[in-house]
Design a protein around this ligand. Sequence first.
Ligand SMILES: Nc1ncnc2c1ncn2[C@@H]1O[C@H](COP(=O)(O)OP(=O)(O)OP(=O)(O)O)[C@@H](O)[C@H]1O
Length: 146
Amino acid sequence: MEVEPKEQKTSRKKVAVLPWMRNPVDVSSFNKCPLTQLPFLHPRLEEALCNGGIESLFPVQVAVWQETMGPGSFERDICVNSPTGSGKTLAYALPIVQILSTRAVKCLRALVVLPTRDLALQVLRELGWLSPSIHNKSRKLGCQNC
Ligand SMILES: Nc1ncnc2c1ncn2[C@@H]1O[C@H](COP(=O)(O)OP(=O)(O)OP(=O)(O)O)[C@@H](O)[C@H]1O
C-alpha cells in the first residue's frame, strides 16, 4: 500500500471547496471543436460566429457549452478556471445568448460583474455582436460605470 507523504496530505486537507465544486471537469481533456460539430448550436449563432471569424470553439468553450447546453446538461452553478486568453468570455457569453433567445418576458436576464472597466467593455462588445444574431426582438445591453 502506498503511503501519502505527510506534507501532501496536509496541503490536500487545507483546500476548502463548495460541495458543487468537488467533481471538477478537466478542461484540458477537451479539444477544439468546429462549430459544425457543436451540438444544439443555433444556426443563426453559428452564422454570426463564422462571420466574426470564429470557426471552432476553444477547449474551455467546448467544456462550458457541454455543461450548459448539453447533451446531459442541467441548470446549476458553474465556476470556470482557465488561463488568461483561453477564451472564457465567449465560453459564458455563448450559452447566455443562446439560452436567452427563448425568453419572451422583458426583465433583467443576465448580470455580468467584472473587476475593471476595460473588461466590462470587452464583454459588452462580445455580447453586442452575438446577441442580435439570434434575438428576434431587440435586447438591451448595458454597461454600468463604464
Ligand atoms: N473560438 C475562438 N476562435 C478564435 N478566437 C477566439 C475564440 N474565442 C476567443 N477568441 C479570441 O481569443 C482572445 C482571448 O479571448 P478572451 O479574452 O475571451 O480570453 P479570456 O480567457 O476571457 O481572457 P482573460 O482571462 O484575460 O479575461 C480574444 O481576442 C478573443 O476574441
